[in-house]
Design a protein around this ligand. Structure first.
Ligand code: F0G
Length: 433
């Protein structure tokens, strides 16, 4: 690998390794950060250059990750494997804002990435790195989105993708993608945490490149959510950024990127980070509120299967980002998640359940008086509505156990006559009513 201007530094013990060393963890077992030497950049790093690239036709300028390549991974354009990821929509929906109680709310819809989730931002960097290391097999454990993303990028790179998924516990849309993109799909008995432990072990033994977010290059790509969000907001920093918390890579990635922007004096402050967990899969919430290190929880349980994780890999990075930004961790119930989802969906935006934990969390934080209703808030919607069609149909046909499904929009049975259809139309409630 040429011109490596970054090093790998352990988050737990600060040990440092060369940037081109093939490793995902420190000798002590801690996770690693990529630390850049921005002084080695070949051109000055500035916001105006990022803005200029918005009008470019070059592949690496058009990607919402590689547009910021000096901050992400300074490699040659010819080494980059990308699908034009990012460039996701920013939505201001009065209906969603009213539901949360925050007037100035925007939704950054990461479900609009090529494979339908924010994972593509990390994956383009992860697979680029795998190729630089000349690896031909990549693997991940996944609650679904990482596997969908990895399967696609690996196929494009001509690599074998091996995915470890918790048997029967991932949403249908995601399983479809892994199979369709040709990944070797292994269904592992047990939950995500079992698969995660196993994939690390197998990758180490078999020399397979690991592409979970324990891989620090995935995190470098995910930083671009924050860069693009700020660029969308004309480089004005919101008061809060809100993300759902599962394996806990994402929130910490966004703050790492913004911290680097601030250290380069390109922005003058950091937003506060709010991480929202599902009540049934809340190990970070417990650690944060009780003020201790994370203790893994057994049998995590939530309908938001993307974040059904009891032993998150990046908890240390996440707590660091929360403390550093005077942030917060909150939890919401499955019922709150699905009500928020019904509002996000009916607003025409639409997202998968885990994504909507953010909107439910904002409502909860405003109710508790932690988030000021007048603050400027950016919520990250992490996955596409079609990732989990079963839950959508279940909700709208009121088939979700022990839930009122108060905003259900059930299909109406009509006869094949104009009068029957006309009667149904006349009876219909007004849009959004
Ligand atoms: N939202 C969605 C839609 C996700 O797929 C995930 C994680 C998260 C939120 C949580 O992000 O892990 O960075 O805290 N999905 C992983 C996967 C675990 O395997 O697809 P995180």
């Amino acid at each position: 690998m040429k011109h490596v201007t970054w090093t790998l530094v352990c988050v737990a013990c600060s040990a440092s390794y060369p940037g081109d060393e093939l490793r995902h963890r420190c000798e002590c077992g801690g996770v690693l950060d990529v630390i850049h030497d921005f002084d080695a950049a070949t051109a000055p790093i500035g916001l105006a250059a990022f803005d200029r690239r918005l009008g470019s036709r070059e592949r690496e300028d058009r990607s919402g990750v590689w547009r910021y390549r000096e901050l992400v991974l300074p490699v040659a354009a010819s080494d980059i494997l990308c699908r034009g990821e990012g460039n996701t929509g920013l939505y201001y929906s009065p209906r969603v804002a009213e539901f949360t109680g925050v007037g100035d709310l925007c939704l950054k819809h990461e479900g609009e990435n090529p494979t339908g989730s924010f994972k593509d931002r990390g994956m383009t960097v992860g697979v680029t790195m795998a190729r630089l290391h000349r690896m031909d097999r990549v693997a991940c454990a996944s609650t679904g989105n990482t596997s969908a993303s990895m399967a696609s990028y690996a196929a494009l790179a001509g690599m074998t993708a091996i995915v470890f998924i918790p048997e029967g516990k991932i949403a249908y849309g995601k399983l479809c993608q892994a199979l369709a993109y040709g990944a070797l799909t292994l269904q592992i008995p047990g939950d995500f945490d079992v698969s995660m432990k196993l994939v690390e072990e197998v990758c180490a033994e078999e020399g397979v490149y690991l592409l979970n977010s324990v891989n620090p290059f995935r995190i470098e790509g995910q930083k671009a959510i924050g860069f693009e969000l700020l660029q969308d907001m004309k480089w004005e920093v919101p008061d809060w950024i809100v993300v759902p918390g599962g394996n806990l890579g994402n929130g910490s990635a966004i703050i790492k990127g913004l911290r680097e922007l601030r250290d380069l004096e390109l922005i003058d402050r950091l937003p506060r980070l709010a991480v929202i967990q599902a009540e049934g899969a809340n190990p970070l919430y417990t650690a944060y509120t009780e003020g201790h290190d994370l203790t893994p929880m057994d049998d995590p349980d939530t309908l938001a299967t993307a974040i059904k994780i009891g032993n998150p890999v990046s908890w240390r990075k996440s707590l660091r980002a929360i403390r550093e930004t005077d942030g917060i961790v909150d939890q919401v119930s499955d019922e709150e998640i699905l009500e928020a989802k019904a509002v996000v969906d009916a607003a025409g935006v639409g997202a998968e359940p885990a994504s909507c934990a953010t909107v439910a969390g904002i409502r909860s934080l405003v109710e508790k008086g932690i988030m000021d209703a007048n603050s400027r808030v950016a919520a990250v919607l992490t996955g596409h509505l079609l990732k989990d069609p079963d839950i959508v149909v279940g909700y709208h046909t009121r088939k979700i156990e022990a839930m009122a499904c108060g905003r259900a929009n059930a299909p109406i049975q009509v006869e094949a006559t104009a009068s029957s259809v006309a009667a149904a139309i006349r009876k219909a409630r007004p849009l959004g009513g």
